[in-house]
Design a protein around this ligand. Structure first.
Ligand code: ADP
Ligand code: ADP
Length: 220
């Protein structure tokens, strides 16, 4: 489902964010992407979503070569991806329900259907009772679960969560991870990055580890 073949990313002349990374993530897998800050985790995820393109090697997502994807094809690619990226904050000018409905409304879904699906998504992350609250009224962990609901409301095949537990205490982090694992249990391919090995905890899932842009374990 996600394949990297000798992928490199150079942002500048002498600095590699990723170097010669090869890996395969299969349909329905749950994979943790571990490594210290600056290891290249975000860069790897951005390449799956065609936010960045490789400067070497080939990235394939659902059979599509990301390096060759045309601009017009990017929305179709992203329709199959649930993205939880750090810069994608909730919109503070609308309530939680409005935030989660937005991805459906922009793809032309009727309002009633969008609202029903958004409510179902909020229910799945345990926040249906906060549907009318504004983002800033929620705790950091609750906001992150809203971001999870927003990412899955389109029913993507793949969820990419970049440091979804950063800045959360253990209990809040566990609730976010539980929500993500529930989608994995329902068949969704999940990639979750973290710089915090405690997040991996007792996880029996596969761990792909990056250091200074290179794989140091977990790739097949
Ligand atoms: P991580 O997510 O593991 O913290 P990143 O993928 O964000 O790592 O960064 C990997 C390396 O690439 C870092 O050295 C970072 O400074 C560099 N980098 C990331 N994005 C850019 C960019 N847009 N321009 C230049 N360098 C970048
Ligand atoms: P499916 O469409 O396959 O049944 P969903 O879980 O997305 O799966 O739910 C779809 C519909 O079910 C929604 O449009 C909504 O009307 C209803 N629904 C499910 N759960 C809830 C809920 N917690 N609150 C309101 N409506 C819900």
């Amino acid at each position: 489902m996600i394949e990297f073949q000798s992928v490199s990313k150079q942002y500048s002349h002498d600095a590699y964010a990723l170097r010669d990374v090869s890996l395969n993530i299969g349909k329905g897998e749950l994979v943790y992407l571990a490594g210290p800050s600056g290891a290249g985790k975000s860069t790897l995820m951005k390449m799956v979503a065609a936010v960045e393109r490789p400067t070497g090697g080939v990235v394939t997502v659902n059979g599509q070569d990301i390096g060759r994807i045309r601009k017009a094809g990017i929305p179709f690619l992203r329709r199959n991806l649930g993205l939880i990226f750090q810069h994608q904050r909730l919109l503070n000018d609308r309530n939680i329900l409005g935030n989660v409905m937005l991805p459906l409304l922009v793809t032309g879904a009727p309002k009633a259907q969008a609202e029903g699906r958004a409510r179902a998504a909020l229910d799945k992350v345990g926040l249906l009772d906060r549907a009318k609250a504004m983002p800033l009224e929620l705790s950091g962990g609750e906001q992150q679960r809203v971001a999870v609901a927003r990412a899955i409301v389109n029913r993507p095949q793949i969820i990419l969560a970049d440091e979804p537990t950063a800045n959360l205490d253990r209990a809040a982090a566990d609730r976010v991870l539980d929500a993500l694992r529930a989608f994995h249990a329902a068949g969704v391919t999940c990639v979750i990055s973290t710089h915090d090995d405690e997040v991996l905890g007792s996880a029996t899932a596969r761990v792909i580890r990056l250091e200074q842009g290179q794989l140091v374990g977990g790739a097949v």
